[in-house]
Design a binder for this molecule. Structure first.
Ligand code: ATP
Ligand code: MG
Length: 270
């Protein structure tokens, strides 16, 4: 029906994405809101709010209302999603059916909270689908087969992994070791080894520019600016791929161990 709109929503810790039936992903913005404590109003959303991180006056708080797939601040999350859904690439309609991806193992209260949030943000019908299933379907895996598929989704807040077979999740695990955690490890190592304080956006820049789990063909390096730990003065440092691989080794090993545990927990094939 023309006036019935079907959309898919992924409320990520880092990014909110909206999929419109027949059009693909029409919206992708950081899941960030800037809140004015004096007026109790949200003043910026998405990319605009992200740019305000660490550059705000005391009465503005920049936050991520969704953390690790769970709604941390309902009112701010609602305002943010309402604003996102008004985006010009998402057409208005009488009725909106939303499919929302949620992490595995959410409690009933947490699931209800996601459902309420989207209903209050304008959905008439809300369906929750577990993220590994959504990832498998989106990757065109033939999940109704009696074959086992292992899906690993390393997000910002959580790493979700699951063994999927015959349209269902056989076993799943969630680790809080994901992109944000890797940024934290980089910040810590730069401070301890190079005596330089850098913010999370810089740590993320380092990870994306030169980070890798295994050696690459080309040697990479990136120049970053931070504040000297002792003097507090601005200073530059060159970060090499070999250093970052060393810093990321422990957290990446935790993810690998998680995958091994998951495989061990899966029932054997008969
Ligand atoms: N090229 C890259 N190399 C390494 N990490 C990257 C790269 N590009 C993005 N990332 C990281 O991926 C993470 C964002 O992934 P994604 O958008 O899947 O998360 P999310 O769905 O918002 O979070 P979650 O699923 O945990 O709620 C961020 O931590 C970001 O730094
Ligand atoms: Mg995600």
């Amino acid at each position: 029906m023309k006036f019935k709109k079907k959309i898919g929503v992924d409320l990520g810790t880092d990014t909110t994405q909206v999929y419109l039936g027949g059009n693909g992903v029409v919206f992708s913005e950081p899941s960030i809101a800037a809140f004015n404590n004096r007026t109790n109003r949200v003043v910026a959303y998405g990319a605009e709010a992200k740019r305000m991180f660490s550059r705000t006056p005391a009465h503005i708080t920049v936050s991520r209302p969704i953390t690790n797939g769970v709604i941390a601040d309902f009112d701010i999350a609602k305002e943010m999603i309402q604003r996102f859904l008004k985006h010009e690439r998402i057409p208005w309609s009488w009725s909106t059916r939303m499919v929302v991806s949620v992490p595995t193992n959410l409690t009933e209260v947490e699931r209800k909270s996601v459902e309420d949030l989207l209903k209050e943000a304008g959905a008439n019908e809300v369906y929750l689908v577990e993220q590994p299933l959504a990832a498998a379907l989106g990757s065109q895996l033939d999940i109704h087969q009696p074959t086992a598929y292992l899906v690993l989704d390393i997000g910002a807040g959580t790493t979700d992994m699951a063994v999927i077979s015959m349209n269902g999740i056989v076993v799943s695990r969630r680790l809080k070791v994901a992109g944000d955690y890797l940024n934290g490890e980089i910040m810590k190592a730069v401070r301890e080894e190079l005596k330089l304080n850098v913010g999370e956006p810089t740590a993320e820049e380092i990870k994306i520019a030169v980070g890798s789990a295994i050696p690459q063909n080309e040697k990479l390096e990136v120049m970053v600016r931070g504040r000297d730990v002792t003097s507090g003065l601005p200073r530059e440092a060159t970060i090499k791929d070999t250093m970052v691989r060393g810093w990321l080794h422990r957290p990446l090993k935790l993810i690998v161990e998680g995958v091994k545990d998951l495989i061990e927990a899966a029932p054997p094939v008969r």
